[in-house]
Design a protein around this ligand. Sequence first.
Ligand code: GLP
Length: 241
Amino acid sequence: MRLIEAANYEEMCAKAANIIIFQVKEKTDSVLGLATGSTMMGVYKQLVEDHRQNGTSYRNVRTVNLDEYIGLAPDHPNSYRYYMNQYLFSHIDIPLSQTYIPNGASSDVEAECQRYEQLIESLGGIDLQILGIGRNGHIGFNEPGTPFSVPTHVVELAPSTRQANARFFPSLEEVPRQAITMGIATIMKSRHILLLASGTAKAAIMAKLFEETVTTDVPASVLHTHPNVTVIADQEALSLV
Ligand code: GLP
């Protein structure tokens, strides 16, 4: 696991964006694994700015998102599909038909998980997967206790995760209780993984992660067993390491 330290959120986003831009220029038909949450907003902003200024093209890129809430239609303002269109896809030249997100409104969510897993395989796997980290160490929506061997699956969200994400919803009650997420097994097949962490809210979990004990209690700790992981974190997130 390589650690790149950043002074602050802006710098973390710029460094992450540079890695993504480099990947897309090196391999124009890259498969990018994307994430949501506040951590990613600044990264996508940088990608959009770079696209405008330097014309980096995403015409042949394919994207697969980590997760989606169950029960929210793609046009629901709190769905991750809506987030991705709003912060990234509407501002770059990627055809929407090349952007994939699990369908949380599917009438058969188990079948949707299988379909999504197969889809990733049919794209040739993920070249670069971007991850945020939950305060309890979750990656995607793989909550503590999830076996590392599980592929894309349906999860019950931990009360603390619903609480943490409630800020995006009108009330806690409206935060979905379930989601579809790539499993840890899916994430671990990615050729390169980029984990981002910013702010004091992530300091405790980052300290735990750097204890280097691999345990399902801290889902992100599995990354210690992957050969090609880059962590970019700012000073606040690293303040307890
Ligand atoms: C959410 C997402 C994760 C994300 C995490 C951190 O629950 N499913 O993919 O990494 O929370 O979010 P934030 O960046 O807002 O702290």
